[in-house]
Design a protein around this ligand. Structure first.
Ligand code: KDG
Length: 318
């Protein structure tokens, strides 16, 4: 039984080898990604056990997802293969029109994972786990995916699991008002909420500490505001805890937030202080942005320590 269970769509990512508009890109590098799968890989790198509940198509990309995630230590026993279904893919455009930023083009509508239904969540798989992690991407995929998220979260709480949720609002998948209407009812069931200023403006009409405390008043014990290159802040009843980000060379920021969340959650389950969770999460996010691909550079504890040792020396030398 894995300690951390995630539910969501694993995707095959085609990452542009060169920055610029996709129409001029000649070569792409293939990776396995998907926000929840990325979090599961981060948990495994941190020494925890993790499993994914999902569906892939009976195609080559489905095989790629299954082989890659299991080779990375994620339990894929609950990833069903849908006959005649297809596995979602997406392309990453890098560095254009904003240097250092990426954008995505999805080919996933009607994918196998969008057919996830509450019956795909086996209560005996959740029983005994420590934490269920979901994101705002899955409820955007279809009505049955949204129902699956709600059913799984309620079941997890009944079974005594902690629930973490990353708002991850993808406006290429749904409108702001649909996102708000689907995500706000989920928040009261969440123990540990990850969000950022863009998402909190959509959800609460505000940002920063006022949004964090307003979200916390709906139920979560901890609200973590991810600020990317600006660092991250965790809000609890005892006040905010802040950690700055590290300066690194950005190749592709896609997936950094998932590495941050996965490492933060793992630290939280290990009983680390919030400051340590934030610092380790920032280190993981920093390492992920320096390469193409969401999962390859997610560090384990030892590499996080090495990174922090080097970077705190850089900081004190300044
Ligand atoms: O957070 C990175 C993810 O956005 C990426 O891997 C693709 O899961 C994905 C999505 O739905 O955007």
């Amino acid at each position: 039984m894995p300690e951390i269970i995630t539910i969501g769509e694993p995707l095959v990512q085609f990452n542009a080898m060169t920055p610029g508009p996709l129409r001029y890109v000649g070569y792409f590098e293939k990776h396995v990604a998907g926000a929840e799968a990325n979090v599961a890989v981060a948990a495994v790198r941190m020494g925890l056990t993790a499993g994914l509940i999902s569906k892939v198509g009976d195609d080559e990309f489905g095989l790629d997802v299954l082989q890659t995630l299991s080779s990375r230590g994620v339990d894929v026993s609950q990833v069903k293969v849908e006959k005649n279904g297809f596995t979602g893919i997406y392309f990453v455009q890098r560095g254009y029109p904003i240097p250092g930023k990426s954008s995505v083009v999805y080919y996933r509508r009607g994918s196998a994972a969008s057919h996830l239904a509450p019956s795909d969540v086996d209560p005996s798989y959740l029983r005994g786990a420590k934490l269920l992690h979901l994101t705002g991407i899955t409820p955007a995929l279809s009505d049955s995916c949204r129902e699956t998220c709600i059913a799984a979260i309620k079941l997890a709480r009944q079974l005594g699991l902690k629930v973490s949720f990353d708002t991850n609002i993808r406006l290429k998948l749904w409108s702001s008002s649909d996102a708000r209407n689907a995500i706000l009812p989920i928040i009261p069931y969440v123990n540990l909420l990850f969000t950022d200023n863009d998402d909190s403006r959509i959800l609460m009409g505000s940002q920063g500490s006022s949004a964090a405390y307003a979200l916390m008043s709906k139920g979560p014990e901890i609200v973590v505001l991810k600020g990317g290159a600006k660092g991250a802040t965790a809000y609890t009843k005892s006040g905010p805890v802040e950690e700055p980000a590290f300066k690194v060379n950005v190749v592709d920021p896609t997936g950094a937030g998932d590495a941050f969340a996965g490492v933060f959650i793992s630290g939280y389950l290990k009983g680390w202080k919030l400051q340590e969770c934030l610092r380790a999460g920032n280190a993981a996010g920093s390492l992920v942005v320096t390469v193409r691909g969401d999962q390859e550079n997610i560090p384990g504890e030892q590499d996080i320590r090495a990174f922090l040792e080097e970077y705190s020396q850089v900081e004190t030398k300044k």
